[in-house]
Design a protein around this ligand. Structure first.
Ligand code: UDP
Length: 365
């Protein structure tokens, strides 16, 4: 059984690491399973790519399509053209895509058109917000996926609504949380930790990269200044995404508490999250990690494709206005957060389930 695994962007690397580990473990048990790793080059910066391969022991990719940046269409098209060549030269039984980035959708389309079965990990999640490129990637990918692996029962229901067959849907939990479990004993403070006098449990982590928050420089500055005032003197560490950095040209900002740092490697970033007072973010993956770590999370978005992080976990969806964030944050300072839990099957064993199901399914063919 030959699987080509696709990874293009930071959240993908975190998701494929435990899947590859689970494949290798089956190989040592003598199972007939092999993989070829294709990096599309969507994220190519050391900070967003190379570091994750090193830290998470992801093998050096067998191929790098080196597509780099571009508009949505340029990037998607470049990945499709390059991946078609790759797949002609290196045929396989399945192409496995994760998440919802352009590489996910582009490679799924190419595979399906070459009659190669598509496996989608993190299938079926929906925000309902069609202005998000990720939502379009999710819908297109799932419409041509053959085997779906989901993080929640709701995701499975969404897929059924879109016409997927129930025996193709497997609720396995969350591979991002596998990575968290596998690396919690390796997390370590970043180099700036000691000189920055951060106190465990008393600082905030901020991340922003969604177009709705960062594409307009003026509103981004208003948001940052509002957050800076809101936190009552607590330090805020802001690992700034390259996309956000490119927009923020104004350097003379009136910020007392926010400290800009480079995007962090996984082990330093998880240390910062685990020991924080709270997190303010527009990331989907971070709201999953904070849920499992029990860290209060304020998501600066109007929708989420991960409602379990709110219903079961520590996530608060606060919209994109600073007024509402301030209101919700102040409530939290006063009342704290109710006792929260961990979503079903987010137990660190999802990748093992995925590989076991794939091997069983393949034997039936
Ligand atoms: N992350 C990291 N360093 C950072 C910011 C994020 O290691 O400085 C990790 C973190 O584990 C997070 C993942 O990258 O869950 C994906 O984050 P991102 O916000 O890029 O993607 P999204 O979850 O919004 O798709």
């Amino acid at each position: 059984m030959k699987i080509t695994i696709i990874a293009g962007a930071r959240p993908n690397f975190i998701k494929i690491a435990p899947i590859i580990k689970a494949i290798k473990s089956k190989q040592t048990e003598g199972e007939n399973i092999s993989f070829r790793l294709v990096h599309t080059g969507q994220h190519y910066d050391k900070n967003l790519s190379g570091t994750f391969f090193d830290e998470l022991n992801i093998p050096f990719p067998n191929a790098n399509l080196e597509v780099k940046s571009g508009t949505q269409a340029e990037q998607t098209a470049a990945i499709m053209v390059a991946f078609e060549k790759e797949l002609i030269q290196n045929p396989c039984d399945y192409v496995l895509v994760v998440g919802d980035v352009n590489s996910t959708m582009a490679c799924a389309i190419v595979s399906k058109k070459m009659n190669i079965k598509v496996i989608h990990v993190e299938a079926g999640i929906r925000s309902g917000d069609m202005t998000m490129p990720e939502e379009i990637n999710r819908i297109v990918t799932d419409s041509i996926t053959d085997i779906f692996f989901t993080t929640s029962t709701l995701a499975g229901k969404n897929l059924l609504k879109y016409g997927a067959k129930s025996d193709a849907i497997h609720f396995v939990g969350n591979v991002m949380i596998d990575t968290l479990h596998q690396n919690l004993n390796r997390i370590s403070p970043p180099s700036f930790w000691h000189e920055s006098t951060l106190e465990i449990g008393n600082y905030i982590i901020l991340t922003l990269h969604r177009p709705s928050n960062v594409d307009e420089e003026k509103s981004l500055i208003d948001l940052l200044e509002g957050i800076d005032k809101m936190v009552g003197g607590r330090k805020i560490i802001f690992p700034i995404h390259p996309r956000t950095k490119a927009i923020l040209r104004e350097t003379n900002l009136n910020l007392k508490n926010i400290h800009f740092v480079e995007p962090q490697g996984y082990l330093n970033f998880m240390y910062l999250i685990k020991n924080s007072f709270a997190v303010i973010t527009d990331s989907g993956g971070i709201s999953e990690e904070t849920t499992v770590l029990g860290i209060p999370c304020f998501t600066l978005r109007t929708t989420t494709e991960r409602p379990e992080t709110i219903e079961v976990g520590t996530n608060n969806l606060v919209g994109i206005s600073i007024e509402n964030l301030t209101l919700e944050f102040t409530k939290f300072l006063k009342n704290g957060l109710p006792q929260k839990g961990i979503p079903e099957l987010w137990d660190g064993k999802s990748s093992e389930r995925i590989i076991a199901i794939l091997l069983k399914n393949h034997q039936k063919i």
